[in-house]
Write a protein that binds this ligand. Sequence first.
Ligand code: CTP
Ligand code: MG
Length: 247
Amino acid sequence: MTIAAVLTAAGSGSRLGLDLPKAVVPVAGEPLVAHAARSLLAARAADGSAIAQLVVTAPAAHLDAVAALLGDVVEASGADVRLDVVGGGRTRQESVAAGLAELADDVDVVLVHDAARPFAPPGLVARVVDAVRAGHAAVVPGLPVVDTVKRVGAGDATGRPVVETVPRADLVAVQTPQGFDRHVLERAHAVGSGRGAHEATAASDDAALVEAAGVAVWVVPGDERAAKVTTARDLLVAQALTTGATA
Ligand code: CTP
Ligand code: MG
């Protein structure tokens, strides 16, 4: 088994609202993308295998800085890892596709992970790899949904009507890293690119493309530590958790 990871870091972080792209915003003295890369490289599958290639999608203006930063992370890991840093696309889906184009020939398992989930622990990464290794062509981590979820219809300026309450026991909130058989993911992206990879209809995760291609997706237990940094509040929570503060 040869494992590669595509680490998406090319977004602008518009909802975070800082001057810097989100992936290079520091927490605990290091950019989010560096934390995420270190966790990926620390993971060991049940058979002892580790990530052999790391492909990072970076904002165009930060390609060299991200390459230098990640070069240091790879070196510090002590592992023999091939590092590629490429420019991203207009959407996450396009960025992942750009990353897939860099995969080495011998890669057969691909993880796709968001720099926006910098503290996904190595154990979670390993759990996803092991499930792919066990024969699931597409694997996502998921956590139970804690809120009551309702489907709503078209409304007006004052609100929207409830159509139904969705049984919560049947729902999971999905995280990354997501793991795939390489060829399944490449095929799903090839089909997905024909449906508008750069528009609002672009998939927000890779598993959705695989589902659309008719391949079964398997859910393994997620981890709260893999929470996504989207807003300023999320960044504050990440800072508090990394310093051990009780905000
Ligand atoms: N991403 C990417 N290329 C894009 C858009 C997003 O590589 N064109 C990456 C982001 O860097 C992030 C992950 O995809 O690690 C998840 O995206 P999101 O959380 O939406 O990050 P941003 O797009 O940067 O944030 P926002 O949507 O608030 O602008
Ligand atoms: Mg985004």
